[in-house]
Write a protein of this length. Structure first.
Length: 116
């Protein structure tokens, strides 16, 4: 039995390491996003943290397919979204980030440039 308890504790600790950070949330959504709304020649930066100053981990070109890793940061909660005006929803979308993966590199992307 002690071996089982140690294994269970180890598994719990490993799972806890992947829990969302403060200010982030688990999110449903599509399996993949497409990069949209960039100027010609511009690429979408995937960042280490969900903020403009975050280190760039990779770039994704317009039209690239990014895997949704199921986390968001910023924006509105579901209940706030339901009550928000279209203008407030648009403003919130500009502040939202999504954790995505491109060519096996994970990073935070501005949600305004992601479409289903």
């Amino acid at each position: 039995m002690p071996t089982f308890r140690l294994a269970a504790c180890g598994l719990f600790a490993a799972l806890a390491a992947f829990a969302p950070a403060a200010g982030c949330a688990e999110a449903d959504g599509p399996d993949f996003y497409r990069v949209v709304g960039l100027r010609p020649g511009e690429k979408l930066a995937l960042r280490e943290r969900p903020q403009e100053g975050g280190r760039v981990m990779a770039f994704a070109p317009a039209g690239a397919r990014l895997r949704n890793l199921g986390r968001t940061s910023g924006g509105l909660s579901f209940s706030e979204w339901e009550r928000a005006s279209p203008a407030r929803r648009a403003a919130a979308r500009r502040t939202m980030w999504r954790l995505v993966e491109h060519r096996r590199v994970a990073g935070w992307a501005r949600a305004v440039h992601l479409a289903e």
